[in-house]
Design a protein around this ligand. Structure first.
Ligand SMILES: [Mn+2]
Length: 700
């Protein structure tokens, strides 16, 4: 059927999330959950002949049974008695573990909780052990309320009743029992029961006795039929633990969380709704903070997640367009323009198609600009989503997660897997649907022609183009304890480095050098066994992924690039043993000599343009770049300044070849070391005496 565009009603931005009649959101103060027949049949109370089995409703520790009508008073009293006995049983479960249930108590509403001085004393040891105040946690109810930090508009949004079910997977190792159980209670209390397929607890071979039988007995009795417990026979690390959880999951959607979180009411519906619209979206609930000392819940600012070239993850500010839109309920850095716009390819290759807007049904909201038919746009306008994830909470379609190869099982402990998932979500598979569709449109269509607006059958959908995507949802919030220390091996730097090199070798093409530079490792023989990456490379090939350049251009355009690097690493002088050029105290803005250690402050980088940078690699253009060496023609000390702000082009350029002099192109002075006898050695700029320098690694 052909429809002229003008007759199709223009959707308002707000309607996108409002498809379906919607269900009333649970009140933030009274999260309710319905025991489905699945959970219900194992509860004795549900077997009572007066109870209509599928309609037992639990609210905290109180039960509302929907009973058969026309019961006599005696029957009703009997039923109340049965229910009371039942719930005393349930409550005594937590009591037997020294834990508390119910809405109120210490820390309710996410307020800071306190201990008496005597209790404080007892709390010290466990606090050190777990990296949070686990003693205090035991005094806080497993069901405590936390504040609802969602943007106001989120609370008005309505979602379809028909959403996919989620399996919630918690992974833990040597975590406090009360903290794990609060995560479980919170998940049950704040996820509508018809959407909660199951909860999976993956124990990565904890040592604590309380995490064995006591944990398992509790969850099976408290939530019969709902919780699966998976035990790793040896310590696998967070990455493989998550994969183990995924293997036993049966929900259409899987959510992965640390076992020290608390959910906000209404967290699940927006997430499941976005995944239902497009199964290739990886959704990140917004993270708030649970303070590790008082368990106070603090709101965190809306952010996207990015990373440095070492592949350490970090929060990055949402783009200006997101702020400008003035609607904090919008997904952060979502594929733009919105998916409900219609597009058609008219040029470019399969891998880098160029698209035009093909109808006027969506003439708005492209970075705040109004677009007409035939407007030429790239596949998605950067930034297309959040580049990566912090990692403590993400939700993804179970099968899609499998299709893109889960997390890299060849990675140890954690670090890097969160970046890999971000990268491959985007460069990941272009589906058959897309390819079929592209072959449907053989001939390039000129923009002029499109101005008449083509038939609906010619429409395509933006989301096919980018493989998948990743986005942060401000309407879905999960509070997370930032622990003072982590239970895994203390040498997290080593594992992150190793995992980062795996990501680099598989996904980053020409940009893999950036990871080696950031970690100050030679490209050849870096001295780290990264294991076998052939399977991951084969995965990338089989998925027919786009390249990393595409990803940088479209998803992480603000990331700084260092393709101009000629040499990098410690910079040493032939006259001075065991000292390296070092950035010294930041505020002095002069380079110094310092015993070599090879960390960030000693990372020298010589570029094709003749710049000599010193210090850790920069990250995004929103943050300052590495400073560079400048000869100001006055001082005998080499200045360390922001290269872009130095006007003289020559004073910041240096001639250098390996094992040769470092000479300023503006002044002709050389960077040299001066031996001052007892006063030590100094860095200086002076007439060249033939001293030679080497930078540890070269790029051919
Ligand atoms: Mn965590």
């Amino acid at each position: 059927m052909k429809l002229p565009c003008q007759q199709i009603p223009l959707p308002k931005a707000a309607d996108v999330d409002k498809d379906g009649a919607g269900v009333p959101q649970p009140s933030p103060h009274l999260p309710a959950s319905v025991l489905t027949p699945l959970h219900c049949h194992k509860l004795d109370v549900c077997k009572h002949p007066f109870v209509r089995e599928s309609a037992v409703v639990k609210q905290y520790s109180f039960i509302h049974c929907q009973v058969k009508t026309n019961l006599s008073l005696v029957d009703k009293l009997e039923l109340i008695f049965v229910v009371a006995i039942h719930f005393r049983g349930l409550l005594s479960l937590s009591k037997s573990l020294g834990l508390i249930e119910g809405y109120g108590g210490r820390g309710k509403g996410g307020l800071p909780a306190t201990l008496s001085p005597a209790e404080e004393e007892k709390a010290k040891g466990p606090h050190e052990k777990y990296g949070y105040n686990s003693y205090l946690s035991e005094k806080i109810s497993l069901d405590r309320s936390i504040p609802d930090y969602r943007p106001t508009k989120c609370k008005e949004l309505k979602y379809s009743k028909e959403l996919p079910q989620i399996s919630i997977i918690f992974i833990f190792v040597n975590e406090a029992l009360s903290v794990i159980l609060r995560s479980v209670h919170s998940a049950v209390n704040h996820t509508p029961t018809h959407l909660l397929k199951e909860i999976i607890l993956v124990d990565d071979n904890s040592d604590e006795e309380e995490l064995k039988a006591p944990l398992e007995e509790y969850v099976h009795k408290r939530y019969p039929g709902l919780v699966k417990v998976v035990r790793n026979q040896k310590r696998e690390g967070l990455i493989r633990a998550r994969i183990e959880g995924w293997k036993v999951a049966t929900g259409q959607v899987t959510g992965f969380f640390d076992a020290h979180v608390e959910f906000t009411a209404g967290w699940a519906e927006p997430v499941l709704s976005r995944i239902q619209e497009n199964r290739k979206r990886v959704i990140l609930p917004s993270i708030d903070n649970i303070k590790q000392d008082t368990f106070e819940v603090q709101r965190y600012e809306n952010s996207a997640h990015g990373y440095s070239w070492e592949l350490w993850c970090m929060y990055i500010s949402p783009p200006k367009d997101w702020w400008d839109a003035g609607d904090p309920s919008l997904p952060i850095r979502v594929l733009s323009p919105p998916d409900y716009c219609h597009w058609q390819r008219f040029a470019g290759s399969d891998w880098d198609p160029i698209f035009v807007l093909t109808d006027r049904c969506c003439p708005h909201l492209l970075h705040g600009k109004s677009l007409e038919c035939g407007t030429n746009v790239a596949a998605c306008l950067p930034p297309c989503g959040t580049p990566a994830m912090i990692g403590c909470s993400f939700v993804v379609n179970r099968k899609f997660f499998g299709e893109i190869g889960l997390l890299d099982p060849g990675m140890d402990v954690y670090g890097g897997e969160n970046i890999e998932l971000g990268i491959k979500s985007y460069v990941g598979p272009i589906t058959k649907i897309l390819r079929k569709h592209l072959s449907d449109i053989q001939k390039p269509i000129l923009p002029e022609k499109l101005r008449v607006c083509p038939a609906a059958s010619q429409r395509t959908h933006l989301v096919w183009l980018c493989g998948g995507s990743m986005e942060v949802l401000p309407c879905s919030r999960v509070a997370h304890i930032e622990r003072k220390k982590k239970p895994y091996n203390s040498n997290i730097g080593f594992y992150t480095k190793r995992n980062a090199l795996r990501v680099a070798e598989v996904w980053m093409d020409d940009y893999k050098s950036h990871v080696y530079i950031a970690w100050n490792l030679p490209l050849e023989n870096p001295g780290i066994d990264i294991g076998d990456v052939s399977e991951r490379r084969a995965l990338r090939k089989s998925l027919k992924c786009k390249n990393f350049q595409w990803y940088l251009d479209h998803v992480y355009p603000e990331m700084r690039r260092y393709n101009n690097t000629v040499a990098y690493g410690e910079l040493r002088n032939n006259k001075a043993k065991d000292v390296c050029l070092d950035q010294g105290p930041m505020e002095n803005h002069t380079a110094i000599l310092y015993p070599c250690h090879g960390w960030g402050p000693q990372l020298a980088r010589y570029t094709k343009e003749g710049f000599l940078h010193l210090g850790a690699l920069g990250t995004t253009t929103l943050l300052p770049d590495t400073r560079c060496l400048v000869d100001n023609a006055k001082s005998r000390l080499p200045q360390l300044l922001d290269c872009d702000k130095v006007k003289s082009s020559l004073y910041k350029r240096w001639n250098f070849i390996q094992n040769g002099a470092i000479m300023n192109r503006g002044t002709g002075r050389c960077l040299e070391v001066e031996n001052r006898g007892l006063a030590g050695i100094d860095l200086t700029l002076r007439s060249c005496t033939g001293q030679r320098w080497t930078i540890k690694n070269s790029i051919k």
